[in-house]
Design a binder for this molecule. Structure first.
Ligand code: NAD
Length: 474
């Protein structure tokens, strides 16, 4: 199968005069020249989604679900090719890329089932002869805007719910990784999802194309995954037209290890929570908070484990940590680590990134303080920051001392403490002796500045539907 490089609009592959380069993050080699969708093409994609909506919404849910199920199967059958493509454009190790393909397909499978279960309700009436009923209707054509860190999964988590609900869509993938979304569009085409139901408009300029898409009057809902700064802009842009908005934004996850924790389990969880996708994950452990009695033992074990990680090209055997995505990421990591060291943090492993290589060897910093930018901002790279906490109350206070509230992790063997701390933590998702919370069956999303709405689970479909209530007499 050839690599799809052009926009996908109204069931056709559309090339245009302007193109942009997609580069391998490992060595910056150009891997594709992709159509840079013009504003007119974005408008055409929105028109196509609007034209396709009436037929798609009235197609029976089980039929929509059947197509989603076939799409999941096609993804899984193509796991190897899709994983290799993901490693090339995103840089992640091939095993992780394959895991992402399976994770992405799991949302399609999940929502294939949910398409049969978009239930309404009947309500006991207030007057004799009256019937009160509620149905769920699709909101309409949706704009789906996705980031580069999970090019397949961030899209299928939205696309699966949208299509199951009966919505049509225009997707705008991140400029660094448009190829995954285009590969998915090919599979949509192959399984027979009708023209106009799914459209993909790659673009070199996310702000320009994103704004055009969001501003289109036919778009009734925007679902965005990305940074909090852009999420804020999108929420404002949707205000005039009162568009539905779902926002999956940045995190700043605490990872607390209490004195009574199983340290081996905590270490295993820490390595996954920190280093999956080279630390470039919204649910990455950003701030390690260690209760004093185990702080030294856990730190030593962590530094030893980090020392064994193999860093390099994602397609090479045995590589655990791939390159970071681009020059801006290297510069940001250099700045955060340099600032922390200048303010007194101790370097226990690695060195501040120097030069322009995207391959950043893991770094461990101890003695980090709350005034450091590396503690307050989302790091988005392979850097561990460590602080100690005097006791449970101190650990909770430190964990909650952030504007973000996506996920929080903690390790303890004490059942009562598990309940107490889980209730006290300000986050949409909590990992208790668990370093990986993401799964299609559970509601993914945050509180505070980490977003609005939930994706995955039975709740994920709610954001793509409106309730319609009917009062009938006679
Ligand atoms: P980003 O906000 O820079 O870009 C995300 C998407 O928005 C891209 O497609 C981009 O082209 C587009 N965009 C940029 N400016 C826009 C504008 N003005 N209007 C409309 N669209 C615009 O984020 P990123 O660097 O690609 O991704 C990293 C961020 O995403 C991190 O903060 C991470 O935590 C977050 N993220 C969150 C989740 C979650 O589920 N909560 C999942 C993955 C990533």
């Amino acid at each position: 199968m050839a690599l799809a490089r052009t926009a996908y609009v109204d069931g056709r592959w559309v090339d245009q005069a302007q193109h942009f380069e997609v580069r391998d993050p490992f060595d910056r080699a150009v891997i594709a020249e992709v159509t840079d969708s013009s504003d007119e093409l974005v408008d055409a994609a929105v028109d196509a989604a609007a034209r396709a909506f009436p037929a798609w919404r009235t197609r029976p849910g089980p039929e929509r679900g059947k197509l989603l199920g076939q799409l999941a199967q096609r993804m899984l059958a193509d796991e190897r090719r899709l994983a290799e493509l993901c490693t090339r454009e995103n840089g992640k190790p091939t095993a992780e890329a394959a895991a992402e393909v399976r994770y992405a397909a799991s949302f399609l499978t999940w929502f294939a089932g949910e398409a049969e279960r978009i239930y309404g309700e009947t309500i006991p009436a207030t007057h004799p002869g009256q019937r009160l009923t509620v149905v769920r209707e699709p909101v309409g054509p949706c704009a789906l805007i996705t980031p580069w860190n999970f090019p397949y999964a961030m899209l299928t988590r939205k696309l699966g719910a949208a299509l199951a609900a009966g919505c049509t869509l225009v997707a705008k993938p991140a400029e660094q990784t448009p190829l995954g979304a285009l590969a998915l569009a090919e599979l949509c085409h192959e399984v027979g999802i009708p023209a106009g139901v799914v459209n993909v408009v790659p673009s070199a300029d996310g702000a320009r194309t994103g704004s055009r898409l969001i501003g289109a009057p036919q778009i009734r809902k925007v679902s965005f995954t990305g940074s909090t700064a852009v999420g804020r802009l999108i929420l404002r842009s949707c205000a005039d037209d009162i568009k539905r908005v779902s926002l999956e934004l940045g995190g700043n996850a605490p990872f607390v290890v209490f004195g009574d924790a199983d340290l081996e389990a905590a270490l295993r969880g820490a390595m996954v929570a920190k280093f999956r996708n080279t630390g470039q994950s919204c649910v990455a452990a950003n701030r390690f908070i260690l209760e004093a009695p185990i702080a030294d033992a856990f730190t030593q074990a962590l530094v030893a484990a980090v020392g064994k990680l193999k860093v390099g090209r994602g397609s090479d055997d045995g590589v655990d940590v791939g390159p970071v995505i681009d020059d801006a990421s290297v510069a940001k990591l250099g700045k955060l680590v340099g600032d922390a060291i200048a303010r007194g943090a101790r370097l226990l492993h690695g060195a501040p990134p120097a030069g322009t290589s995207h391959v950043v060897a893991p770094i461990v910093l101890a003695g980090v303080t709350p005034d450091m930018a590396i503690w307050r901002e989302e790091i988005f790279g392979p850097v561990v920051t460590l602080r100690t906490a005097a006791d449970e109350a101190d650990a909770i206070a430190q964990a909650n001392d952030t504007d973000a509230g996506l996920v929080a992790y903690f390790y303890t063997r004490d059942g009562a403490r598990q309940a107490r701390v889980a209730e006290a933590l300000e986050a949409g998702m909590i990992g208790i002796n668990e370093g990986l919370v993401s799964t299609a069956q559970a509601p993914f999303g945050g509180v505070k500045h980490s977003g609005l709405g939930r994706e995955g689970s039975r709740h994920g479909i709610e954001d793509y539907t409106n309730l319609k209530y009917m009062a009938t007499r006679g």
